[in-house]
Each structure stands twice: as C-alpha cells, then as structure tokens.
Design a protein around this ligand. Structure first.
Ligand SMILES: [Zn+2]
Ligand SMILES: [Zn+2]
Length: 471
C-alpha cells in the first residue's frame, strides 16, 4: 500500500487490521468460477482417429449432426435439452422441445429407441436442466428489495460431471455445441429474466454477482459495492481518518470496558462521519475508506481537502442523492468534517488515488528554545525554499519501517510569522516529506532542519495540511 510516510504515523497496526481481507475474501468465492461464455473447444475429430479398422471400437457412432450420432446420444440417455444442445440440428423449437423433436425423428428411424427406459439420468447434465426454474426462483427472491440493473451469473458444476460432459460432447456432439456450463447459465438467465424485470446480464462489473452451486443448489447473491469519489476537509483535531479499533480488545464484536463497548479507540473517524450517513441513505452494510494519503490524528486537513474514495458495501440502493448526501454528512459531522466534489467512482480510481503522490502545503507552529535575531531566523527559514533535505526514517516510526535515508524537496516557503516566542510557517513540500521532523530535526536525523539552521531546538506545537495539490 502506497502511503505518504509523514502521514500515517502510529496508525499502521490498525491499517493492516482494517484492510485485512480486502480483496481476498471476495475473490475467494469466485476463483473457481469459469466464465459462462468460455468458448467451446474446436473439434477436429477427423484428425483424431482414422475411421477404419480397430480404432472404430470406441466409435460406435459418428458425431452429431449425423442421425446415428443423435440416435447414440438418445440411447445413452441424454435428456431432451442436451439432445438439442449437442445435436447440431435446427428445429422449429429450441431447448428441451427441440430435443424432443429430434428424439421423435430418431425413434422413427430406429423404433427400438422408443423402448428406452426414460428414468435414466442424463449423462451430459445429470438432469441439471430440470433445476433451472427452481434456481431462477431462488435468484429472484434473493434480489427482492435490491436496486440493480446488471447481473453476472457464475456457476459451479462438479468436476467429474464437467469432464464427462466434455468427453461426450467432444466425441459425439456437433462441432460448436455449447458446453454444459454456458448452456445452463443461458437457461438460468432466460428464466430469471422472465421473473425479474429489466435485468441486463453482463460479463464484468455487474451490480449483482450470483454464484450457483449446482450440487447443493445453493445460490449466493453478492451485491457489488458502489464507489464514491470526493474530497474531505478535517476541521478538528483528534479524529483519525479511518475507523481505529480499540487497542485493548482489538475491536472485537461488542467491544470491551475500555472502549465502552464500541470496539473503537476513538468514537469518531473521518470514515464514519462521512460514511455512516451515506451507508444509511444507500441502505448499505458498511464502508471502506480509501484516502489519498492521510494526516496524523492531531493534524487538520484544510484547503480543497484530501481526495478519497468511499467504498459503499452491499448497498440496496445504488443511486445516491448527492445534494442531500452533502447535507446529511454536514449535519452528522457537526462542522468537524466537510466534503464536496462528490461523484460516482470505481475500483480503478481506488488504485489511482492510492498511488498518487502529491505535493502538499502545510502550516506548522513551533517554539524554538530561544529567538535571538528574529529577522535572521526568518531569512534563514525562507532560504529553505528549493533545498533538498535528507531524512532518515524517523524514530517514531522506526519500529515498523525500514531504516533508510530519503531525499525530499522543500518546494517553497510561503510564510514565516514570528509571534512572540513561537513561529508559524507555511511551506510546500514534495510528497513523503516528514514535516514535524523537518522542524525539530529528529535528533539530527533530518538534515538540514529548522532546528539546525536557526541553531536552537524547536518544539512542534501543531501542524495543519493546508492543501493537497492533486486532481
Ligand atoms: Zn441433459
Ligand atoms: Zn475495546
């Protein structure tokens, strides 16, 4: 995860906590799902076996659409649906009806076929197609009350059935026959469309992902998240950017005494002040917050604010009412956090804002041990503009970051005010500059520093991010 090293102090433990499972859990569910539209393999059966002599033994029939091929499939017990799917013959009817027509035709040629036992299980679908209506009913009731327009269906079929179906289809099926998985999904889609109005079936970025396990007929409906981009200003200190689990109980369900059962180290976070009212309006389960870097808990973030993407999880409503959302967030945060520039976003933008390294302007107030010559001090601080500074990993983060040197530029020094025995300065720096260390020097680990150039130890009083120069 790319983060500005100056902006995530102390917070890494809960970062890894809060992002645990992000991405992995949802992928796990789908990893063995083969896209329903996987093309059937080219069948070039003429090369496979010469049609003569002993090699004919397994070739008790030619492949469809030869009548003997269709008759063979009927004899081994293929259902009407599969007969049509593998038969490669155009009939007036489709699906099972079309298959029934093919069967009739085959029986006319070979009356013995008509005495075939009808209770036999279809070897190429194990009668899976009988479940289509049932499955689509389960899907339509699972979608009840959820706003969506696109759906993707994934299906898990036992491997041995897939292999057997593939073997029979590639040997006896007509070239280009639809594989079982694709055919089943298509049937489920048609049947679901009859029950739920206005669904569009897509192959990527659906609103709903439906996974069907054909063995248990279990249907999982995953409501995909909605992403919202915006910028936030944090006008009050003491608020972490994202939810911070209680240190004592690690945020376990129900919390503990020290967090008053909230599970949180701090009752508020930018994530929740913004995300709670949004999740409520969109009837969502939860949110994840992706900021373009972060500021320390005691640092405000002003100016145009910091870009973020809010991931709204499992929303039952997918069309946020932006105007009222801004008001809801404002009244929920009571002036501590504000947002604007809110718009729809996507998962790709999460990666973009995580990777963006933007210059930032800061205002920092600090107290030198002594101020002997204010004019000279001011001049020396202004002279930092344009200089490259070398920073060794700060002591306060060294327990979790590799010890190394980095070089960062002070882009500009815009203001130096000497106010009694304290100094306030506004400066703009390259991404990843440790600002507090630039002032107090971190015991000489930042060179040069305000402390080193004015020759007096400086104590930081507060820091604000004045602006994030991005987007
Ligand atoms: Zn079948
Ligand atoms: Zn606790």
């Amino acid at each position: 995860m790319a983060m500005d090293p100056d902006e995530d102090d102390d917070q890494v433990e809960w970062v890894s906590y809060s992002s645990a499972g992000y991405g992995s859990a949802e992928e796990g569910l789908w990893e063995d799902v083969v896209p329903a539209d996987s093309p059937s393999e080219e069948i070039d059966w003429y090369d496979e076996n010469p049609i003569e002599g002993e090699s004919m033994i397994e070739w008790d029939a030619p492949p469809c659409p030869a009548p003997l091929g269709i008759a063979y499939l009927a004899r081994i017990g293929c259902c009407d649906f599969c007969l049509h799917r593998l038969g490669g013959r155009r009939t007036d009817a489709t699906g099972a009806e079309g298959g029934a027509a093919l069967r009739k035709e085959a029986e006319r040629r070979d009356p013995e076929l008509a005495h075939q036992e009808s209770s036999i299980e279809c070897p190429t679908c194990e009668n899976l197609l009988d479940d289509v209506d049932n499955v689509s009913k389960i899907i339509s009731s699972a979608c009840d009350g959820i706003q969506f327009s696109t759906m993707q269906i994934g299906v898990h079929i036992p491997k041995d059935l897939i292999e057997e179906e593939d073997r029979i289809r590639s040997r006896y099926g007509a070239p280009g026959s639809k594989p079982l998985k694709a055919a089943f999904v298509e049937e489920v889609q048609t049947s679901t469309s009859d029950k739920v109005e206005g669904i569009e079936f897509v192959r990527e970025r659906p609103d709903l992902m439906v996974l069907i396990d054909t063995l248990t007929l279990r249907v999982d409906v995953d409501v995909r998240p909605v992403f919202l981009y915006g910028r936030y200003r944090k006008l009050s200190r003491g608020i972490p950017q994202t939810r911070w689990p209680c240190r004592a109980c690690r945020g376990r369900d129900g919390g503990c005494e020290s967090c008053e059962s909230t599970g949180l180290q701090y009752p508020d976070s930018v994530q929740d002040l913004i995300g709670k009212p949004i999740a409520e309006q969109m009837d969502a389960l939860d949110t994840a917050f992706h900021g373009m870097g972060r500021e320390d808990i005691d640092v405000r973030c002003l100016g145009q604010g910091r870009p973020f993407v809010l991931e709204v999880k499992s929303p039952k409503k997918r069309t946020p009412q932006f105007a009222s959302l801004l008001e809801l967030v404002e009244s929920n945060a009571k002036g501590r956090v504000e947002i604007d520039s809110l718009r729809l976003s996507d998962r790709k933008e999460v990666a973009r804002i995580k990777q963006t390294r933007s210059e930032k302007s800061y205002t920092i107030r600090f107290k030198p041990e002594s101020i002997e010559d204010p004019e000279k001090i001011s001049e020396d601080i202004f002279a930092l503009a344009g200089t490259m500074i070398e920073q060794q990993t700060p002591k306060r983060v060294s327990h979790r970051r590799a010890d190394r040197n980095r070089v960062r530029q002070v882009v500009s020094v815009d203001r130096v005010d000497i106010d009694g025995d304290e100094i306030e300065m506004t400066l703009r720096c390259e991404a990843g500059t440790y600002i507090k260390e630039l002032v107090h020097s971190d015991e000489g680990r930042t060179i040069p520093s305000v402390t080193s150039i004015i020759g007096a130890p400086c104590e930081v009083i507060w820091l604000d991010v004045e602006d994030v120069h991005a987007d």
